[in-house]
Design a protein around this ligand. Structure first.
Ligand code: NAD
Length: 285
């Protein structure tokens, strides 16, 4: 039976560290923007704000109507960019189809982009340079590090190629000297790749995409998926994969809590950058 890579204890430790850092910095501000009332987004945001406030971060949950115009949204982001009390800005995705997600994300000042999605930050990650990195992949790396899962020279397979999970985790694994393969919806034979994986990260968004026959004995499996079913929340990985893997993240209670902890850590990092306590690589070539 696999060892569980549990999120809550590690996330709690990180949140305590963040609270200490927030005190040292003399307070921090995080603003989230939600367009419309997607119920899942509302739950995620509530958790983010509860955690922020517990860590002493002043957090403001701005709800905008579903039909807000792009001009209005961009104007609000410009205002927050210029606001000295705001260290971090997070636009909850997805946005309704009439809003251009790429343009909205690009409008956020990269130094306040606590989701790490601005092309500047994504580019820095691609180049292997310090930057603000999306929270979920950071949380995954912390869970693997906590169990001392070896990454150098390991075969790592990522299923999913989203900008928020799949691509950034692939880059972080690469930076840790793993040999990385990215699989996705058009991959012809997933098992051919997953069976070779010492580390398997699954971020697809469909229940039981990965079954025990697809997993290498003794591997570490990270299940990022959140799927709402009649029986409750399940991941992308079938539960009996735990009989084959050496380490596995539970769902719920694995990656989810880590995402929130790392968002708070990103907010501290953004504050350090903006206050000149860390050098933000803006303008670096
Ligand atoms: P996404 O929909 O943007 O991307 C899904 C990816 O899976 C795509 O790149 C697609 O190519 C791939 N894919 C789809 N079907 C596939 C299949 N049958 N075989 C192989 N690949 C397939 O999703 P996302 O934003 O990356 O999120 C993925 C999952 O992770 C979702 O369930 C989401 O809710 C969850 N999530 C969890 C957290 C957390 O904190 N736990 C954070 C972000 C996302």
């Amino acid at each position: 039976m696999a060892t569980l890579m549990e999120g809550p204890p590690l996330a709690a430790r990180i949140r305590t560290e963040v609270a200490d850092e927030v005190r040292e910095l003399g307070g921090l501000g995080l603003v989230t923007l939600q367009v419309g009332e997607d119920p899942a987004s509302t739950i995620y945001l509530r958790r983010k704000h509860e955690a922020a406030q517990e860590a002493g971060i002043a957090s403001d949950d701005r709800k905008l109507p579903q039909d807000v115009s792009e001009t209005e949204l961009l104007a609000l982001i410009a205002e927050l960019n210029a606001d000295g009390a705001v260290d971090g800005i997070l636009v909850q995705l997805p946005l309704p189809p009439h809003l251009d997600e790429a343009r909205v994300v690009r409008a956020i000042d990269p130094v306040k982009d606590v989701d790490g999605l601005h092309p500047f930050n994504a580019g820095q990650l691609y180049l292997g340079r310090p930057t603000i990195v999306p929270a979920t992949p950071l949380g995954i790396m912390a869970l693997l590090a906590e169990q001392r899962v070896p990454l150098e020279g390991a075969e790592a397979v990522v299923i999913g190629r989203s900008d928020i999970v799949g691509k950034p985790i692939a880059h972080l694994l690469l930076q840790s000297n793993a040999t990385v393969t990215i699989c996705h919806s058009r991959t012809a034979d997933l098992a051919r790749y997953t069976l070779e994986a010492d580390v398997l990260v699954v971020a697809v968004g469909s229940a039981e995409v990965v079954t025990p026959d697809m997993v290498k004995q003794g591997s570490a499996v990270v299940d990022v998926g959140i799927n709402r079913t009649e029986g409750g929340i399940v991941g992308d990985v079938a539960p009996d994969v735990a009989d084959v893997a050496a380490f596995i993240t539970p769902v719920p209670g694995g990656v989810g809590p880590m995402t929130i902890a790392m968002l708070l850590r990103n907010t501290v990092k953004a504050a350090r950058y903006r206050r000149g306590l860390l050098a933000f690589p803006r303008g670096e070539r």
